[in-house]
Design a protein around this ligand. Sequence first.
Ligand code: SAM
Length: 220
Amino acid sequence: MGVKDSYKHKGMRRSLVRKLREKGIANERVLEAIGTVPRHVFFDEIFESHAYQDKAFPIAEGQTISQPYTVAFQSDILEVKPGDKILEVGTGSGYQCCVLLELGAEVVTIEYKEKLSLLAQKMLGQMGYQASRYLVGDGSLGCQEYAPYDGIIVTAGAPIQAVEVLTAQLKPGGRLIIPVGDLTTQRMVKITKVSESQIVKEEFNNFAFVPLLGDKGWKK
Ligand code: SAM
């Protein structure tokens, strides 16, 4: 790994994992991935002490790196198996993408803001991670080019309209994890496409994400 990752950082990651366990995350593979990916490298050095607190933090372009609990929760219910093809909508910093890669997924990640995509691509390269594709574009429409997917994870708050087009890009057995609601609060929703004619919808707790923009997202 071409980034600084000291004993101090590793120790802080272990306590973050303990905290996530206390908050109810029980998926050992996800906890191991969170315990492996250095989150501090996504922070300016002066803010490094915030990297292993369980909170979201501002990144460039007015966006955020998601809270570790949120990353762990979404990764858990996504049920990633090694070799799964996962579409991530909202590359942001690239941290969630690293967690998916640690889980053995093949990741196609799409980001609306080109600057963030380029920064994430550079950072992941330095860390020794490699997504299959770093795309710039409107992920509210998914990405038909590489569909169908075993899983789709949306890391921005979506209106209900985004669900149908994304569900259509799942394989049978595929899962869509998407925060659905208004501009301030969203309920985490999991859609499992059991077969082409049957879907199962589950709803979880409330979360607060930055808005999903684009055609099926919120208009600026
Ligand atoms: N997964 C990210 C991480 O680990 O840092 C967190 C992403 S941040 C909470 C949400 C991201 O979604 C932002 O970077 C934002 O620019 C992006 N976004 C918003 N609307 C989008 C769209 N229609 N397509 C792709 N990305 C979008």
